[in-house]
Design a protein around this ligand. Structure first.
Ligand SMILES: [Zn+2]
Length: 87
């Protein structure tokens, strides 16, 4: 699906189905500092959707399944069109 601006809309469901998040659980890493998570939440809240221009995005975080691997992926998710973007 493509937005009116020509951006291909990627939804969280697409990332999950593609296997891109196979090695990740939903949520910030266990033990993540609340202040760091809040910074990322604030970044999302002030972001603009590249697909539709909606101001203010939801924050979605994922962390690695492997406990010995510290890997954290943060995404914005648009409330209007569902487009997700990693940051
Ligand atoms: Zn949007």
């Amino acid at each position: 699906m493509t937005s009116q601006t020509g951006v291909r809309i990627v939804r969280l469901h697409d990332l999950i189905v593609s296997g891109d998040l196979d090695d990740y659980h939903l949520g910030p890493p266990p033990g993540a500092r609340a202040s760091a998570v809040q910074i990322d939440r604030d970044v999302a809240a002030t972001s603009v959707c590249v697909a539709c221009g909606q101001h203010g995005q939801e924050y979605r975080a994922f962390h690695a399944v492997r406990p010995d691997l510290y890997s954290y992926r943060a995404f914005t998710r648009c409330r209007a069109c569902g487009h997700c973007e990693e940051f």
